[in-house]
Design a protein around this ligand. Structure first.
Ligand SMILES: [Zn+2]
Length: 341
């Protein structure tokens, strides 16, 4: 129409279009309390609302920063065949993949990282929700399996952090096969007698919650996280009953025995450090100190962390009261089985 609409507007659009989704302005509204949140303060608070404590979504890299003691190394995930079914809905799956890769600069929806927590060697497999809703296809399944293999090799603990809508529809039956495959990963950890934790974040649903995500030695969930298989409305329409308030939230699942504890983001590292102190062989923390196998651990990583690990391990008696009863029961079961052998 004129110089303003033909030239200036497209130029502004092109400047705005390439940016990531979240920081499109300096303020955002808390979805829970409607309070205004300034981006810098929100970031300093690990994306937790500083008015009401609501846990907003967080980028996967920031999550890794929060979990690990001091830095981490990214591990390469094995390559898989892309778009095996040549699937097409409104758009070709190959194009969707291309877009997601460009947007996230990642090969798929899983990120593997290695580092220490409380001085103990840990592998983390975290989902990137920005990549096609964190959906689980062959690449994600392969990634989780790889994470478990590395954990066994390095005698490290494994923490999986799902943030996922479930299986990736575009891979059909292949995505469903990732459910038993990820259970194999869990089994590898069990056979090696290494701890396997799940940190359930918002959302954990579908085929992800129906496989590895509900098989942890310890289930920790973020406050308010939606965790379930099918959505609330779908269930209500199927069973023709109204579901209770708070159904499928982390807090509800603690009450009903599916989750061991709800832990705020700021306390997660300390909680994992404490649990690792209980469940990992004590020599594991020391091998980090002496450089041993874990030469990748950056210098200075273990000073404070080791101190806290040692404190935790020295004070086991004091903390035993904090362990849920079913966990101690599970441990004595294991001991009995070992004794039988
Ligand atoms: Zn809030």
């Amino acid at each position: 129409m004129n110089w303003l609409t033909n030239f200036i507007r497209p130029k502004i659009r092109s400047m705005v279009a390439g940016q990531k989704e979240v920081p499109d302005n300096l303020w955002q509204k808390c979805p829970s309390c409607d309070g205004m949140l300034f981006h810098r303060e929100l970031k300093e608070n690990s994306n937790v609302c500083y008015h009401c404590g609501h846990h907003l979504k967080i980028y996967v890299t920031e999550r890794l920063d929060i979990l690990f003691d001091d830095g981490y190394d990214l591990l390469k995930s094995p390559a898989v065949k892309q778009d095996p079914l040549k699937f097409k809905d409104r758009k070709r799956y190959a194009d969707r993949l291309k877009e997601a890769k460009a947007k996230t600069e990642r090969e798929d929806a899983i990120v593997l990282a290695q580092g220490t927590i409380g001085g103990f060697p840990v592998i983390v497999a975290a989902f990137d929700f920005e990549f096609m809703g964190g959906s689980m296809g062959a690449a994600v399944g392969e990634g989780i399996l790889r994470a478990a293999e590395v954990a066994v090799e390095e005698q490290a603990a494994l923490i999986v952090v799902p943030a996922s809508g479930g299986a990736r529809m575009q891979e059909g039956a292949i995505s469903l096969m990732q459910m038993p495959r990820t259970v194999i990963a869990r089994q590898l950890m069990k056979e090696a007698r290494l701890p396997y934790f799940v940190l359930l974040t918002d959302p954990t649903t579908g085929g992800v919650s129906a496989s590895f995500a509900m098989l942890g030695d310890v289930h920790i969930a973020e406050p308010g996280a939606m965790i379930g298989f099918a959505g609330k409305r779908v269930i209500e329409e199927t069973i023709r009953q109204q579901l209770p308030d708070g159904f499928q939230t982390a807090e509800y699942l603690v009450e009903h025995g599916m989750v061991d504890m709800v832990v705020a983001r700021k306390d997660q590292r300390a909680t994992f450090a404490k649990l690792l102190g209980f469940l990992m062989p004590q020599s594991a923390a020391l091998s980090v100190q002496h450089g041993g196998k874990s030469k990748r651990v950056k210098t200075g990583a273990s000073g404070k962390a080791l101190e806290s690990a040692h404190k935790a391990s020295g004070n086991i008696a004091r903390y035993v009261a904090d362990i849920p009863a079913d966990l101690t029961a599970a441990n004595s079961d294991k001991k009995q089985k070992r004794a039988k052998r």
